[in-house]
Ligand binder design. Structure first.
Ligand SMILES: [Zn+2]
Length: 234
């Protein structure tokens, strides 16, 4: 089982879905495409991670942040070593192109693709050299031969789990917790909610109420609701 702090919820347990690893043969068999990334999903399965916060693993500059009608929310981050991490299928995007992010900053929330066509998951990959490939580049669209396509992917993409491990991503959860400090108390719909303040944006806030069985994501505390489970995408 794998857990990385780029996904962080009260369950704090994610794994790479079977058949969705880097250059996974199962993925090729099922879809006819080579998979250049990994798909992270909550071990609780299905859409149980819909809306879960996604944090950037390492500091870097946002090179792209936009909605794609098929892929859903896309965020690309260029890191100091020149590599470029991409986060796909996000339901919401909390960053803008050109911004600098610190490790652990919230970039978005797990989604289901542009048309809600998949179970919620995070598609995470790393290109070796930033700016070489389009934000929505999908190698199998361009290289039909699976062997040549795999060779292209090995040349242009890092193995994502190795990239994460090299950054000690597995061990950073305590650091992130420490950065965020003590739990914050807020009043919503006359109910007191205690949780970690993840990011303040505009006149609203985002709370990861990891100490409670609820999570709250809203820009307006006055109209916020308290869902028992993550809210469905509109
Ligand atoms: Zn994927």
């Amino acid at each position: 089982m794998t857990f990385y702090p780029m996904l962080d919820t009260p369950t704090t347990r994610y794994s790479v879905q079977p058949g969705t690893g880097f250059l996974d043969e199962g993925y090729l068999k099922a879809t006819g495409s080579q998979h250049e990334s990994v798909d992270f999903n909550a071990i609780t399965g299905g859409d149980t991670d819909l809306g879960d916060p996604v944090y950037v693993v390492e500091g870097g500059t946002v090179r792209a942040a936009f909605w794609h009608k098929g892929i859903g929310g896309i965020v690309l981050i260029e890191h100091p070593d020149g590599s470029e991490a991409h986060y796909w299928h996000l339901r919401d995007i909390h960053v803008r192109k050109g911004s600098y992010l610190n490790a652990g900053d919230l970039i978005g929330q797990v989604g289901k693709g542009g048309r809600g066509q998949w179970y919620a998951h995070l598609h995470f990959g790393v290109r070796k050299k930033a700016g070489q490939l389009a934000a929505d580049h999908w190698p199998s669209t361009h290289i039909k031969d699976p062997v040549k396509c795999a060779a292209f992917i090995r040349e242009h993409y890092h193995e994502p789990l190795a990239w994460l491990e090299a950054r000690n991503a597995k061990k950073r959860i305590d650091d992130l917790q420490a950065q965020r400090g003590e739990p914050t108390r807020v009043l919503m719909n006359e109910q007191e909610i205690t949780g970690q303040l993840v990011q303040v944006h505009g006149n609203g806030f985002t709370i990861d109420a990891r100490t409670n069985p609820v999570r709250i994501y809203t820009n307006d505390p006055d109209v916020g609701s308290i869902p028992a489970t993550p809210q469905k995408a509109p």
